[in-house]
Design a protein. Structure first.
Length: 328
């Protein structure tokens, strides 16, 4: 693993080396005067309502699904979750490690299965989230409340500052990755096939599950579960939990979110050390994504996994965490 052992005032030494604009920019000032009016996108409201209704229905019919279909649902959950955590998040948004072509193809496949916008859009929004966290330029500004940061931000037009600041970000690394560009180009078709087609047809073809159950359980219910687990990082993990590394920011350490988002709930750590491939200092604990990346590393498919050293972490705790840290 590549360990970061030097130390800079804002705790992130590697952004320049990684050429990633994911470090908080405290020079940004929100514009004065009234905020732009909220414009609801009714199409999204209807689609999200239908999705959640379909997922609830899927939950009620899980007793009629075979054991194999239930196992398959878990497999689809994990593949799509990894496409977001190990893929869009730790690899493409933060460049916290490097991945070989086969691994990038697998992660892009999982990412289409997660249907959370294409990797390019996801990573660009996420960099703006880190750089302008909890301001008008943050797509899911948690200061606008739980509902807005959880799902509301996908139901309204973006604040103009998100787009203005996002357009100034360097996303050349994303444009240079053929896997990212291929997925962007064929995004709609890939979602249709991989988010809905594969989860539904595999159990029907291989063990005779009904297409109905295939559509509602590994399809809609699994999709909706991954979405909500992801959104909890933006909502719950920006509101509830300890702040051992930096008391001056809102992101928190939230174990429930860490569990449901396969390792992404250590959010105070993550916003403090966004270059750390593990998004936590506790290795595999509640962190299936780190377990997965370490596995890929031992197979030679992932390399240059960056990590904050113990000294960097302890120095930061002393400086901004004011002793609320618990190790172990
Ligand atoms: C979804 C995403 O769910 C979830 C992301 C969560 C992130 C979580 C992060 C937490 C950490 C990681 C944890 C992972 C845990 C995983 C656990 C797994 C178990 N910069 O978008 P438009 C441009 S998606 C620069 O239409 P509106 C844009 O290119 C769910 N430019 O804005 C366009 O330009 P042009 C499914 C930007 O009209 C123009 O602006 N999807 C940026 O305001 C207009 O863009 C949905 O629900 C930027 N940042 O509409 C639909 N942003 O005109 C989602 C935009 O030149 N989206 N631009 O082409 C939409 O329908 C719309 O985006 C909207 C806003 C209605 C929300
Ligand atoms: Zn992040
Ligand atoms: Zn955050």
């Amino acid at each position: 693993m590549t360990t970061i052992s030097d130390f800079s005032p804002n705790g992130d030494t590697m952004a320049e080396n990684r050429k990633v604009e994911d470090v908080f920019d405290d020079t940004y000032k929100e514009k004065e005067g009234p905020k732009p009016p909220r414009q609801i996108v009714w199409r999204n409201v209807v689609l999200m309502a239908l999705l959640h209704t379909g997922a609830l229905y899927g939950l009620t019919i899980t007793p009629s699904a075979s054991i194999l279909t239930l196992l398959w649902t878990v497999v689809c959950f994990l593949i799509s979750a990894l496409g977001v955590t190990a893929g869009a998040h730790r690899l493409w948004s933060h460049r916290s490690y490097k991945a070989s072509l086969p691994l990038r193809i697998f992660l892009a496949f999982g990412n289409s299965m997660a249907f959370q916008n294409d990797i390019f859009e996801w990573a660009r929004d996420h960099r703006v989230h880190h750089k302008f966290s909890e301001t008008d330029a943050d797509p899911h500004n948690a200061l606008r409340g739980f509902f807005f940061s959880h799902i509301g931000w996908l139901l309204v037009r973006k604040h103009p500052d998100v787009i203005e600041k996002g357009r100034k970000l360097d996303v050349s690394d994303l444009k240079a990755d053929p896997v990212v560009m291929f997925q962007k180009k064929h995004y709609k078709m890939s979602v249709l096939l991989v988010c809905f087609g594969v989860p539904m047809f595999v159990p029907w073809y291989l063990w005779g599950e009904s297409l109905w159950v295939g559509y509602f359980v590994p399809g809609l219910l699994r999709y909706c579960a991954v979405l909500n687990a992801t959104w909890l990082v933006n909502s719950a993990a920006h509101m509830w939990g300890m702040r051992p590394y930096d008391l001056t920011i809102n992101p928190r350490e939230n174990r429930f979110v860490a569990l449901s988002a396969i390792g992404e709930g250590f959010h105070n750590y993550h916003h403090t050390f966004p270059y750390d491939y593990s998004t936590s200092e506790f290795g595999h604990k509640l962190n299936f994504t780190t377990f997965f990346i370490d596995g890929m590393h031992s197979l030679g498919l992932a390399r240059e996994c960056k990590q904050a050293s113990k000294e960097v972490v302890m120095a930061r705790i002393q400086r901004t965490g004011k002793g609320s840290h618990k190790s172990g």
